[in-house]
Design a protein around this ligand. Structure first.
Ligand SMILES: Cc1ncc(COP(=O)(O)O)c(C=O)c1O
Length: 273
């Protein structure tokens, strides 16, 4: 693992580096990005930087210095072999008072690079009883307040699944803890709209651009009629769903296979610093 924090590459990546009063640590007041790395090159870096800036704006954090982030990304990738990896960018309000109120210290900017294993082509998912709040202050923002996802994922794992799926307060299909959901009904590829409260996934947007699909909000039970389902994300690319709760599904289905193939063909277009 390589770690860069506030302009410095750490010589020991496991060394303590963040202050104990950092608002990201004490109250989850921060935003982040996870970026795929292929052969040492980041995927869709500009899109990730745009989303980081949007998340920071949504949380009311100071403007993100894109050039600093790019320097951090270049530093953690320099002079190493990384056939498949991920970069994690974390940007927090920095050292702050111990409560929810913010201080006036400079933000904390961290960039980490690590290797990553390829995801299996198919997986099982489990729905969880807790809703995504599409009307909440954090809806659609990629913040470090991810503990709800931690609880949901643990529940899914207890049920032999690798991802938890949320409905939102309206009972509509929303997203996974770290993935967006696509499904096929009556031959049409569908995914929830951004108004559902799901994250504006980079993979989701590219699948819609490159392959197409309908953005639609409908009750999560629509999945009972789906002929196939797949997840998309930075760490999974396009991953077929072979079981949804107790229902077995053909995976990867024909549409999933086409989208995954298209993904493999087009991915190189967006690799680079
Ligand atoms: C809650 C959530 N939804 C969806 C996604 C998928 O987004 P992306 O394709 O940009 O990785 C993520 C990514 O980590 C996520 O955290």
């Amino acid at each position: 693992m390589r770690v860069w924090i506030n302009g410095e590459l750490l010589s020991d990546p496991s060394a303590p580096a963040v202050r104990v009063t950092d608002h990201g640590l004490t109250v989850g007041d921060g935003v982040f990005e996870a970026i795929k790395v292929v052969d040492g090159r980041p995927f869709a870096l500009t899109r990730h930087l745009e989303r980081l800036a949007r998340s920071a704006r949504g949380l009311g954090l100071p403007h993100v210095d894109d050039d600093a982030v790019r320097r951090g990304v270049a530093a953690v990738l320099a002079d190493q072999e990384l056939p498949l990896g991920r970069i994690r960018i974390t940007y927090t309000d920095g050292p702050s008072p111990l409560g929810s109120g913010r201080g006036d210290a400079a933000p904390t900017l961290i960039v980490v690079a690590d290797s990553m294993k390829e995801s299996p082509a198919t997986t099982a998912v489990a729905t969880v009883p807790w809703p995504r709040n599409e009307r909440g202050a954090l809806a659609g923002l990629k913040t470090t307040s991810y503990a709800e996802n931690v609880i949901a994922l643990a529940r899914a794992q207890e049920r032999g699944a690798s991802e938890a799926i949320f409905a939102n307060l309206a009972g509509d299909m929303c997203e996974g803890t770290g993935t967006n959901v696509f499904y096929v009904v009556d031959g049409e590829l569908r995914t929830p709209t951004l108004a559902s409260g799901c994250l504006a996934g980079i993979t989701r947007a590219l699948v819609l651009e490159w392959y197409g699909g309908a953005e639609i909000d409908e009750p999560i039970e629509v999945v009972d009629r789906a002929s196939e389902v797949f997840l998309v994300s930075t760490t999974r690319d396009v991953q077929g769903v072979s079981r949804w709760d107790d229902r077995e599904l053909p995976a990867p289905g024909p549409v999933t296979t086409k989208v995954a193939e298209l993904w493999r063909q087009r991915e190189p277009e967006l690799l680079g610093l």
